[in-house]
Design a protein around this ligand. Structure first.
Ligand SMILES: Nc1nc2c(ncn2[C@@H]2O[C@H](COP(=O)(O)OP(=O)(O)OP(=O)(O)O)[C@@H](O)[C@H]2O)c(=O)[nH]1
Ligand SMILES: [Mg+2]
Ligand SMILES: [Zn+2]
Length: 348
């Protein structure tokens, strides 16, 4: 008798195979199967990622082997490292060893925000800094709009709180630079796993790229956790507006108050609702400059347009037109109209 296909989740990828965990156990309680993967799946020839839901057939139960036949549509995808159907992205950075680089941290947070999943921020190696210095970083990150945790594999600080957050149903991905202690944290949460970890090395105390593949582990019933290989330089989105959406502090301020000009790039230009005194402004500006110049490099034909509306001023780009020639933003117009309706005597 031909077995009907079964639903399973991809938990790790090998060169030509993948490990899947079945939604419902097999006849003898089997959960894990090693599957061959067809190079192209479906009409679109989509690649399979860890976290994907698939259907498997040609199941050989005694050998625990099968073949992936169908890739189910996916919800949220973390682009790098690729993990599908995620619920939360946990950005992990070390407070020291390797030293905390706020621009790099911001780039990781941007990647995490772009996925559309819930974003968590974890500062690791809290045992290596005085409590006051740890609190300083927690306070700053709260100001950005996150609810950060400080953790230590060495003392156990913050591990129960992290366990509680990650035991929610869904798939949580730990990502961050190499050597910050992602695998160490997973070992703290699931001591039976005993994942490989390695000491940081060199003058900069860099990680050694110990974890090589994405892998999913079951932390609690329905709660999966992904360990990922560390890397140093997450990519940026292509559009300035998608960058804005990746900064919670910008999102919340701009939902309260609009900038004077619709094309405001929030770099402290006159009429900007963010002003120029926010904590991550210089990192935001650096990211913005990078993506604008990448955009110009990618599409030289756009140069005219970009160059026409922006001009370089010091280390930043500014809209070129003089204020009197520019249109107030639509939201600003609406707010002004509403203000007139509700507060007729108030001066603008
Ligand atoms: N002092 C201290 N050291 C830690 C802590 N967590 C991890 N380490 C050490 O940091 C080093 C790197 O840890 P890993 O868990 O391998 O780091 P990783 O983030 O998984 O690195 P990649 O797999 O390369 O991405 C190891 O020597 C750990 O023992 C901590 O809380 N405190
Ligand atoms: Mg690791
Ligand atoms: Zn602005």
């Amino acid at each position: 008798m031909v077995e009907p296909p079964r639903r399973a989740r991809v938990v790790s990828l090998l060169a030509n195979f993948c490990w899947v965990v079945l939604d419902q156990p097999g006849p003898a309680g089997q959960r894990r199967l090693l599957c061959t993967r067809r190079t192209r799946l479906g009409k679109s020839g989509q690649a399979i990622h860890v976290g994907d839901w698939v259907q498997v057939d040609v199941i050989d139960w005694p050998a625990a082997r099968a073949a992936v036949s169908v890739l189910e549509p996916r919800c949220l995808l973390l682009e790098r490292p690729p993990v599908a159907n995620i619920t939360r992205v946990v950005v992990v950075v070390a407070l020291v060893e390797p030293a905390l680089d706020p621009l790099q941290l911001t780039r990781f947070l941007i990647t995490a925000e772009l996925s559309g999943a819930i974003v968590e921020l974890v500062f690791s190696k809290a045992d290596l800094l005085p409590a006051q210095a740890v609190e300083h970083w927690l306070e700053r990150a709260r100001g950005w709009g996150y609810a950060p945790l400080a953790v230590s594999r060495a003392t156990g600080q913050g591990v129960p709180a992290l366990q509680q957050r990650l035991s929610q149903p869904g798939l949580a991905v730990l990502c961050g630079p190499s050597g910050v202690g992602k695998s160490s944290l997973i070992n703290a949460l699931m001591p039976d796993l005993d994942l490989r970890v390695a000491a940081v090395s060199g003058r900069l105390q860099r990680g050694r790229h110990t974890t090589r593949h994405v892998e999913l582990f079951e932390l609690a019933d329905g709660a999966l956790l992904a360990d990922t290989p560390g890397f140093n330089r997450p990519a940026l989105p292509l559009e300035p507006q998608s960058l804005v959406a990746c900064f919670p502090e910008l999102r919340s301020q701009l939902s309260l108050e609009a900038c004077q000009f619709a094309d405001c790039l929030h770099q402290g230009e006159p009429g900007c609702a963010m002003g120029s005194q926010w904590d991550r402004q210089s990192w935001y500006s650096q990211c913005l400059q990078e993506l604008l110049s990448a955009k110009r490099r990618l599409a030289p034909s756009l140069r005219q347009d970009d160059g026409g509306s922006l001009r370089q001023r010091g280390d930043r780009l500014e809209p070129r037109l003089a204020a009197q020639y520019r249109q107030p933003s639509r939201r600003r117009q609406r707010q002004a109209a509403e203000a007139e309706l509700t507060l007729p005597d108030q001066e603008d």
